[in-house]
Write a protein that binds this ligand. Sequence first.
Ligand code: SF4
Length: 328
Amino acid sequence: MSNKGRVFSGARPTGRQHLGNYLGAIRNYVDLQEDYDCVYCIVDLHAMTTLAELQNIKPNTAEMALDWLAAGLRPEDTILFAQSHVPQVTELHTILSMFTQLGKLTDLPTFKDKVRLQPHNVNYGLVGYPVLMTADITLYKADIVPVGVDQQSHIEFAREIVRTFNYRTKRQVLIEPQMKNTDFPKVLGTDGKKKMGKSENNHIELSLTPEETNKVVSTMVTDPQRVRRTDPGNPEVCNVFTLHKYFSHDDKVASIDTECRNAGIGCVDCKRMLADELNDHLGPFRERRAELSRNPQYIWDILYDGADRAQKIASKTIAEVKSATGIA
Ligand code: SF4
């Protein structure tokens, strides 16, 4: 690793990635490699806070890593690994938990949301989630964490734990991570209402075949006011148009905007054009994915190699943390 500054980001193992993941995170992960040393972690321990996911964690980790690599993560530069493969993170989590007030954790809106969503399973991991996340970031001495607006409070909380730790140990061992605000768009799903996600079953997977992509895109909800082909439409309320803005050339977007408003184009044709753009754009990704998936062991080799490199940083941090706390 060089001295370019280190970025850390983690994501739960959700398996095959979709357009929302791609636009919201993956393409940013790929770009950040140009300017930073990047440490990207598939947070399988975090996923265990939701019991329903247990049996899927391992296959989802492999599928997600496969998609990230196919999209352009360079394992020779970037450290890509699974959270549980670096056990020092649980050690740091335990130590940092002694520097975190329980009341602050249970007051966090994100914890309250989880309690509301899974009242039958309010496990300790849910309460300690922000502490484990702080351990993730600080273990690798990350300077920068890319965040969207909805994640800023998590990083602010992590910074607070770091400040408390450094103040109470009178050592500046842990780095207060800086937020790098990224223009994470909120990508809506095929229903045109909710954020794209697997749990909503409104997603478009990157690894679909062109035929499957055509089929899913053809089901997308458009402007609800446009009932007949002859009705003028409002592209600004249509998610098909939003996706055109990401994947189609500006002149085509401008043309669709005009033609939709004067009913010069029908939604069936508009969706077909979007599917064509997606298939063109994702073609190289899909080829690379097919190539990588011929050797499933390769993905695990990459993850284990990433864990080895991550452990080198982690061991050093843990030694410094133990020394600062006086237990070593
Ligand atoms: Fe949406 Fe295109 Fe239909 Fe207009 S023509 S409502 S932009 S799908």
